[in-house]
Design a protein around this ligand. Sequence first.
Ligand code: CO8
Length: 291
Amino acid sequence: MAVFCRSAASLVKPVFLLPSTFAAVRHYSSGGQFQYILVDKKGDNNNVGFIQLNRPKALNALCDGLIIEVNKALDSFEQDSGVGAIVITGSERAFAAGADIKEMQNRTFQECYGGSFLSHWNKISTVKKPVIAAVNGFALGGGCELAMMCDIIYAGEKAQFGQPEILLGTIPGAGGTQRLTRAVGKSLAMEMVLTGDRISAQEAKQSGLVSKVFPVDQLVSEAIKCGEKIASNSKLVAAMAKEAVNAAFELTLAEGNRLEKRLFHSTFATEDRKEGMTAFVEKRKAMFKDN
Ligand code: CO8
């Protein structure tokens, strides 16, 4: 069966898929050097880094190799001065169905604790460039946690979010109890973590976990559009803005306001701040140079 794969750069190429995977897998990029992910640059100016989790048979379960590849791709986008935002997505069936249960099944406490099991998982939360998660289908366990490590979550209207670890006799281990609680509040977070029940995209929007919901087939292009909007601003100043918002989760209000003020002052040391205000006064579009 031939289906046409879309990219924001309006590249259209046929890819052959088995019938059973037809509805679930839409490839937006090529594989390159990676086994578990597809990596590309999107947008009219090729300024949006794009990572698609691509382990369809395991519903993008987050095996060690996949996380290592995501981290490598993030590193290369961080170093790429042309990239101003990053989009991470999965398939229409699953963003990611969690950590790989088969890989974890026989681990001992000694191995986990002694070997800092999955300690490289939070890389995505340390990236300076803004990261948007485009979530279609299941975002469960580590999949939900991975999305919550991103800066913005967009959801397809059939997305489902959940922390079902309790059903496996364990608890979230990559920020699920912390980031979910901050995002949706104590009662809903407790209910999800203690029952393993999932919430829909609409509930996720209502509770503040996601910022926008789109039809399934428009989700990725909308996330790329958001990435393009972000990438058209000063990358330097966007990093400062991201740092300031993230500080709200770590600091007291007084400390956070102090940090924000210092970062605000710092923007006055940049050429981009000068250019932005001059462009406004001259009634033209600002041309940021990221310095
Ligand atoms: N790990 C491994 N394989 C998986 C996973 C997973 N998390 N999820 C699905 N798969 C596999 C299935 O085993 C199956 O493979 P196979 O065909 O070889 O049996 C294939 O994907 C398709 O899955 P299903 O047949 O189950 O598909 P369904 O449509 O019937 O169900 C579900 C889809 C509801 C998503 C179901 O697969 C499911 O419940 N999956 C598990 C969800 C889950 O419990 N996730 C949490 C995992 S634990 C976790 O994430 C902890 C993170 C801690 C991070 C710590 C970092 C420091």
